[in-house]
Design a protein around this ligand. Structure first.
Ligand code: HEM
Length: 188
């Protein structure tokens, strides 16, 4: 199980980043959407704190993932993939990277403009991005956080739909090599 990616498969580290971040984003989306509906209770405060800490964790993991990804080659696309499909896939992946950075940053920005407390799992004090309460930018930052999240849902639907289409309709190795790192033709 090679750590680095090859021409035929994704390396172990890219796959670990991919599935860990995917899982955390699903958890984070569920937390975000449910916590805003809670009544004002100590539990709400705890769930908000958890959402913020997981979000900052996702940001750190995504930045590490981007750094690692830039140092690696990318496995070849299946033979015969039309140019437009290759372009669309790469564009969607680029959009996912941008959104995975921008969403946590906008949450951090909103939290700063609201002057709400921010620690990472109660262990690390996280600085404010705005230097205090900012009534002008607070609602805008929230709108950005919410809108980018729904954009992420849209791009992810295309991304997941395309992966399933490759697997069940095209019957190629695109999904398999992100799951096991190997193409059926060996290598990886
Ligand atoms: C990938 C990372 C993140 C995702 C997917 C995400 C997603 C969400 C979602 C879906 C909501 C509910 C929006 C609504 O319907 O009103 C939300 C709310 C919120 N998020 Fe995030 N979030 C992320 C990271 C962060 C981070 C890093 C912070 C702060 C450091 C943060 C702070 C907040 C706050 C304070 C709210 C509540 C807004 C309100 O009071 O209405 N988020 N987030």
């Amino acid at each position: 199980m090679p750590l680095r990616s090859t021409d035929t498969g994704w390396g172990a580290l890219v796959r670990a980043f991919h599935w860990a971040i995917a899982l955390l984003i699903v958890l984070q989306a569920v937390l975000g959407l449910t916590m805003v509906q809670l009544g004002v209770t100590p539990e709400k405060v705890r769930v908000f704190a958890l959402h913020k800490s997981i979000g900052l964790g996702i940001l750190a993991l995504v930045l590490l993932r981007i750094a690692w990804r830039l140092s690696e080659r990318r496995p070849a696309d299946p033979a015969g993939t039309p140019r437009w499909q290759r372009r669309a896939a790469h564009l969607a992946q680029l959009a996912l990277y941008v959104l995975m950075v921008a969403i946590p940053l906008s949450g951090w920005w909103f939290n700063s403009a609201a002057n709400a407390p921010l620690t990472w799992f109660g262990m690390l004090q996280v600085p404010s991005l705005t230097g205090g309460y900012d009534p002008l930018w607070k609602p805008r930052a929230l709108l950005v956080h919410q809108s980018l999240f729904w954009l992420l849902v849209a791009v992810l639907s295309v991304h997941v739909g395309a992966a399933l289409w490759h697997h069940f309709k095209q019957r190629d190795d695109v999904l398999r090599r992100m799951l096991s790192g190997k193409s059926r033709g060996g290598g990886g």
